[in-house]
Design a binder for this molecule. Structure first.
Ligand code: NDP
Length: 277
């Protein structure tokens, strides 16, 4: 069967599967099994980070799957305490070693940490990882518009992706518009609200789920996909990871999309990028 997940073009020229699989808060003990399951049910895009403490197990799962490396889109992220040119280079080497790969598809600055004022310097170092091919694409995470404006003005290198908190309660409209204008893909973390907010009980989501005979989580993921966002839901349950991938057999109509658009409260459930330092 051909894989139904759309491939989106990044400004690096590479493509990214629009729906991937995240492993935040998956314990090292569980990670290999969970990622092997995810690959087996059909995911070909895995999102980890040095800070998740499970890069070794993600790499082990990729090797155990027998799937050729080039068929899997792999993202990892620089941990917050490794900003600064020299430290970022060492941290990237360690990530590649832990993952057991000679390149990643996407390397992200995990948080801007504006109080440290190092992200521009770190971003320049990321340019060297792209130049030597060990990071096929480079991007950022949790950057606000002013942080992106500084990168553009001071380095001229545009991130391929900004991975940010995004879900129906926190829709990031201004940031999405800015990124669209500058060729930066928007990737949603916490696409299901991290289970911290009862998204699934909201009438707009319940109604669409009933109308299409699907689960509320599938409606939320479908909304993201139809807005053009890249999504990386996490689940340790094989049943739910299968469900989260099974979102290409229905389409939300304009009224259903508008009802979910109307849920925006501009409210984060996670950390504020200006304050995470
Ligand atoms: P999600 O929004 O993906 O929510 C995960 C939660 O939803 C888990 O509790 C999971 O439980 C539950 N869940 C998953 N699928 C279903 C379903 N079909 N029905 C009901 N419940 C479901 O949150 P995450 O924080 O994990 O975000 C996704 C990924 O984004 C992360 O794994 C990570 O890769 C990335 N991320 C990046 C951040 C950054 O700063 N760049 C910050 C946070 C996350 P269960 O496992 O039991 O199914």
């Amino acid at each position: 069967m051909t894989n139904p997940v759309p491939q989106l073009r990044l400004n690096s020229g590479a493509t990214i599967p629009q729906l991937g699989f995240g492993v935040f808060l998956v314990s090292p003990e569980e990670t290999q099994r969970v990622v092997e399951d995810a690959l087996e049910v059909g995911y070909r895009h895995i999102d980890t980070a040095t800070g998740y403490n499970n890069e070794t197990e993600v790499g082990a799962a990729i090797r155990a799957s027998g799937i050729p490396r080039e068929e899997i889109f792999l993202t990892t992220k620089l941990r917050n305490d490794h900003h600064k040119a020299g430290e970022a280079a060492g941290a990237f080497d360690r990530s590649l070693r832990m993952l057991g790969v000679d390149y990643v598809d996407l390397y992200l600055i995990h948080w801007p940490m504006p109080a440290n004022d190092r992200y521009v310097e770190t971003w320049r170092t990321f340019g060297t990882f792209a130049a030597d091919g060990r990071a096929r694409s480079i991007g950022v995470s949790n950057f606000l518009v002013p942080h992106l404006e500084r990168l553009l003005a001071e380095t001229g290198t545009i991130p391929a992706v900004n991975q940010v908190e995004l879900h129906p309660i926190f829709q990031q409209r201004e940031l999405r518009r800015f990124q669209m204008e500058h060729g930066i893909r928007t990737e949603a973390w916490g696409p299901l609200g991290q289970g911290k907010y009862d998204l699934f009980g909201l009438p707009a989501i319940q109604d669409a789920a009933k109308a299409h005979d699907v689960q509320p989580a599938q409606v939320v993921l479908r909304w993201h996909l139809q807005t053009g966002t890249i999504v990386i839901p996490k689940s340790t349950s094989r049943e739910r990871m299968t469900q989260n991938l099974d979102v290409f057999g229905f389409e939300l109509d304009a009224d259903e999309m508008a009802a979910i658009d109307a849920l925006d409260e501009n409210r984060r459930v996670g950390g504020d990028p200006n304050e995470v330092n």
